[in-house]
Each structure stands twice: as structure tokens, then as C-alpha cells.
Design a binder for this molecule. Sequence first.
Ligand SMILES: CCCCCCCCCCCCC/C=C/C(=O)SCCNC(=O)CCNC(=O)[C@H](O)C(C)(C)COP(=O)(O)OP(=O)(O)OC[C@H]1O[C@@H](n2cnc3c(N)ncnc32)[C@H](O)[C@@H]1OP(=O)(O)O
Length: 721
Amino acid sequence: MLGRTTVEVRADGVAVVTINNPPLNLLSVDVILSLKESIEGALIRDDVKAIVVTGSRGKFSAGFDVTAFGGSQGKKTKMELGFMSIQIVTDTLEAARKPFVAAIEGPAFGGGLEIALACHARISTSSAQLGLTELQYGILPGLGGTQRLPRLVGLSKALEMILMSKRVEGKEARTLSLVDAIAPADKLLELACQWALDIVECRRPWMISLYRTDKLETLAEARAILNSARLEVQRQNPNVVHPLVCIDVIGQGIVSGPRKALWKEAEALQELRQSSTCRSLVHVFFAQRQIIKIPVISKMNLLPRKIVKVAVVGGGLMSSEIATMLILSNYQVILKETNKKHLIDAISRVKENLQNRVKNGRATQEGLEKSLSLLEGVLDYDKFKDVDLVIEAESESLSLKQEIFSNLEKCCPLHCIFTSNISTFSVKLVGERTKSQHRIAGIHFFCLSPVMPLMEIVHTECTSPQVIVDLIDFGRKMRKTPIMVSDRKGYTVNSMLLTYLHVAILLAERGVDVYRIDQVLKSFGMQVGPFRMLDVVGLQVFVVISKKFVESLPDRSYKSQLIPSLQQDNRKGERSGKGFYNYDNCGKASPDPKLSRYMKTARDASNVTFIDSELTKLSDSEIVEMILFPALNEACRMISDGVVIRSSDLDVASVLGMGFPAYRGGIIYWSDSFGSTYICSRLEKWSKEYGVFFRPCDYIMERSAKSISLTSETRQAKSQL
Ligand SMILES: CCCCCCCCCCCCC/C=C/C(=O)SCCNC(=O)CCNC(=O)[C@H](O)C(C)(C)COP(=O)(O)OP(=O)(O)OC[C@H]1O[C@@H](n2cnc3c(N)ncnc32)[C@H](O)[C@@H]1OP(=O)(O)O
């Protein structure tokens, strides 16, 4: 059934118009037209004094169906598109002769919230989620939000919310005057109806957001706020236009009045919703939701089991990072080490991680104490009797891991899941000495990634569907995006990131300036350049993760002494105050002229006897291709070997694990802008000049020969799931 709205007229004269398009009450042209019909029907009824707009099943509306964007469908003229925002939302709803009150519960995002903003009052539950999130799809609020939000919460706050696609809960929305009152869910509709009747009886104001000015800053202040917002968005994202367009539309309303700006908003929406940026961002949105969809398992309707207590085995750098993430997600954690000194070191590293959060204002001292109270250090397996999940993160020694897993099988309950935080070799081997293969998997947190929102679940053909469902739920509770990786060929998504970093080092050793590489990749849209990323995650973390990768895949890695030569001089990365960059007390990075001496040491060690003049003349786009195409090559190997379920999983992995720009759709999606033939030819050229490191994989060569895009999902090896 197409989404629609329903109308119920109550005895007290309030017509309740309900958006009904389950499960999220998404808007579409049909729903908007049905809303128009319902509103007009209610307005002409004599027994209707006021109208309340709400959503069915405790969900107001999760906004417009984004599948309507990105395509060229509905090349509507400005007038038709303005039809929704101006003729329906503004001239039919907001300008109506009877008051409208929105009753908001659950999600009220994008166009859904914009409809509520056009109402004459808004009542919300305290836990409702509100936000104008349109910019995350490459468009802008297109149902009047650019004009109404600033007039409800002030220009500065509105810009922050819109430009960051910020979501606020009902209680915060109340403090912002975005909503007028808070009510418990079971009293929401009653209060909204009463509020609407109070407006009719002049006991409450009839407020038309579009023409309010009491919250707006003065013209001079507004100009200053808009200009600084422009500078900030240009600094952050020079490659996309929609944030700037949005600021201009908001500014137009301030200078020329909101009504005129609504037309500018409609024009802008028509352009932006057909842009490649919009298509790319919509692709990433759906790819992120697809990533946890496992064809075989989804049909089993398995429910995740509760994980309360987690054990981390091994106290090295990774274990401390993992233990920190776990206690911050309110898990009880036992951290096992083999000796007391290592244990003390590990726990002090956790404390240091938490202190850093307090120092940069991301946690309070009280929160730190609470998190630490969840952590217990142990030296044996006595406390493993009630553990639900074990994450083994010992050094990369297979025999040690196998011994640990056979101990776990003896000491943990039968339901306990055993995982290894491996990054480059087989999970199946790790569990070889146990009879528990069904409950063994790999969990890989992207400690190489600056923000680590990705979590890899490495499964074998023996890993049970229940365990996979449990781990996906665990990952989401850790606010991670889980990506399913099959335990094949011993490498994981990390190999894409490692290749990216290795080739950057190769280019640097052959004469391309480190800081130019970073600047070029940053300008392309990477969150940070490769050398800045190495400093952020720490040079030792890279060495630890890289070691096994270099050993197991020598042809696909680049051996260099550059990082060891830096480490010898105690240059460990950002936390040590210097690495590839120097860092001041505020953590500001600046290039270090002394880097050239380490470069010379590395060149000598790698027998790089000359600076490659060809490479020093590379254009910016050639540097981007030379550094990202090898990572794309790794990604294509994973598709071909069935390591991932679908190619779009790697788009998500590149965005969340490498900082690849989402507005380019992810590394595989982005490759379509070049075509497989061009990519193959470049890799073949570089492999002749710089070695097998660049050799294109079979997947790319086959598709190049047939001029098939790398994104098309035909005939790829099937993942085990
Ligand atoms: C021929 C037509 C021509 C004219 C066309 C006109 C086009 C222009 C129209 C005017 C536009 C005006 C401006 C308004 C723009 C918007 O509203 S943009 C969208 C704003 N909304 C959001 O940002 C919310 C996005 N969704 C979420 O954040 C989450 O889904 C949630 C609401 C928090 C719920 O989360 P959760 O419970 O985890 O569920 P999910 O798994 O995320 O989603 C469930 C399924 O629903 C799909 N989905 C969710 N939101 C959308 C959406 N906005 N559009 C499309 N689909 C959505 C999601 O993909 C899941 O689908 P399945 O995987 O198939 O289950």
C-alpha cells in the first residue's frame, strides 16, 4: 500500500492527521499529496476546530524517502517542486485558518521535522529524535527548514544543526525552543490536542515560524555568523557545494525575507538532488544499512544473545585500546595478562586513554571513575567462568594464540564466544586445537583508523549463524559498523588501508614530498593524509599490524626503514609530540624540515640510490591515483576472493576505515568515474616501473578486458555467507 495519511475527528473538535507509511513513516510525493488532501478535508469541516499532525506506531516521520534523490526522475520545474514546500507546507498548512500542532514521538528527521516546524506548536516526548539531516545526502532542507529552524532556535544554532546534520533529543529540543512542551508518550496526543484547542481559545499564541524574528540575531551579527560558517565549510569540505548553497539560502531569507528564500530553497533542491554528490551519499547511506544484511542468516530470524562480561586476553597496545572501548560501552571487562608488570602497564594505558578523554572534554572525572570500575585485571583464567565473550589480542604468534584458545575452551562457559583480534591470518588456524570452531570468529577493530567506527567480523565456514548475529549486535552496541569478512586468504579490509600507507611510503622514499602527498590526499577529500594518519594512530601500531601483512603478503607490501629510522629517534607519532610532523602542546601539526635526514637513512637502507624525477613531477591527480588505485586493487581482490559479501561493503569500509570521502561514494563506487580499463592500464604501467606491488589483480584485468565496471556484482566469488 502506498504511504498515506489518515484523519480522525475527535469529539473535542480536534482532527488528528496521522502520517502512516510504516515502518518509519517516510515521506514521498504520495504521502505529501495525501497530507494535502487530509488537511484540506479537515479545514472545510465545521466540526473541526484544530488539527494535530502525528505519525503512526510511535514514529513521527524519518523524513523523505531518499530513493527519490540522486536520480533524474521527476525533472520537476521549480514551480512543481515549490508545490510541496510552498503550496502545501506553507500556504495550506502553515497559513491555514485553523491551528496545527505537531505531536512528535520517535524520529522526526528531514522533511518530517520540516512539516512539524510549519505547525503552530510542537509537543514532543523527551526521547524523540529531531534533526534536519538533509546535508548528509548532498541536498538541503527542502520543505522550508532553511527558513523556519533559524527563526525557532536562532541562526547560529540552526546553522550548527543543519550543517552537521545534528540530531537532538526532545528534551534538548525543548531547551532550544524547537519544541514548545514535553509530554510522556501516553499523554502526548492529549496534550497536543489540548494545546491546539488552547490556541483556538486564545489561551496560547498562534505562532507562525516562518515570520518570527524574535530569535534571529541582528543583521550585522547574522552576516558575521554566515560568513564564518562559509569559511568553515569551505575549509572542511572544499570539494562539495551543498553546504555553501544551504548557507546562501538561509542568508537570503535573512536579507530578503523568508518567502522569497523558499523559492531559492526549492531551486537549490532541484539542482542538488540530481548531483553526483547526492547520488554518492545516498549510495553510502544504503550501503551502510546493507552491510549487516547477511542473505542466508537474515532469513533465520535469530535474536542476539546478551553479552554482559567480556574478557580481553593480552595486555599490549591493542588490548588496552579494546579494553578502553569496551568499558566506555559499559561492558564489564576483565583484562588478562601473563605477568604482573605487563598487567600494570596495560591498565595504566587504559587509564591514560580515559584521562585523555577527560583532558579534551569528552568525559568527566566521574565518568572516568565509573568506566574504570568496570575493569578488572587478572593473571589467570579463574574469573572466566561467567564470561560471555573473549577477545584475544596477544602478539601475532599462532602457537600462543592456539594455546590460549585451548585454555579458553577449558575455562569458559559453553555459550562463550571466542574471538581473536587478528588482522592478517586465519581464524580457523587459531581455533585448530579446540572443538569450538562453531563459536570462534575474528573481531578486528580498526586501530589503524583515526576514529575507528568500523569493526570487522571475520567468520569461518564453521562459525555458527547465532554467533554472527551476536557479534553484529555487539558491534552495533559498541556504536561500530560491523563488516562481515570471510576467513579467506588471511587478509582483511586492513590490507586495503595498509596498501594505501605502504604506497605512500614508497612514493616518499622515491622523492615525492611527504607533506605534498598529505596535502594532495587531503584536498582529494581523505579525512587526513597517509602520513598524518600514521602519526595519529601511532607508528608502533602501524609496525605491529604491518609486520604480519608484510610477512604473509610480501608481493603486496613495501618494505621500508623509514618508520624504524623515525622510531629510533623517539619519533613515535602525535602522542609523542613528533613523528612525520611536529606537534605543539595543542596537538597542532607542522611539517618538520629534519624529516629529510630520516628519508636519506631510509633510502640508503632500501638501496634507493636516486630520486625518481618522474615521480617528483607527478600531478596532484596522478598522486591520488598512484596511492589509491593499489588500495582499490586490494579491495577488488577481496571481492574476487569472496572475502566480503558485496562490493558496497568495501565502500563503507573505505569511508569508515580509511577516511575515504563519503561524497565520492566509497573506493569501489568512485572507481566507476575512471572505468576498469583505465585503472588496469595505470596499474600495469606502474608495475613495470616500480614492481609487482602495483600489479592489477585478475578481477580488474578481467573486467578491464570486457570493459565491465568494478562495481557490477556479476560473477564474483560468493562469500561463505
Ligand atoms: C517522481 C518523484 C519526483 C519528485 C521527487 C521529489 C524529491 C524531493 C523531495 C523534497 C525533499 C525535501 C527535503 C527532505 C529531505 C529528507 O527528508 S532527507 C531524509 C532525512 N531522514 C534521515 O536522515 C533519516 C535516515 N534514517 C535513519 O537515520 C534511520 O533509518 C532511523 C530513522 C534512525 C531508524 O534507524 P533503524 O531503526 O536502525 O533502521 P534502519 O536500518 O536505519 O532503517 C530501516 C530501513 O529503512 C530504510 N530507511 C531509513 N531511512 C530512510 C530514508 N530516509 N529513505 C529511504 N529509506 C530509509 C533503511 O534503508 C532500512 O531499509 P532496509 O535495509 O531495506 O530495511
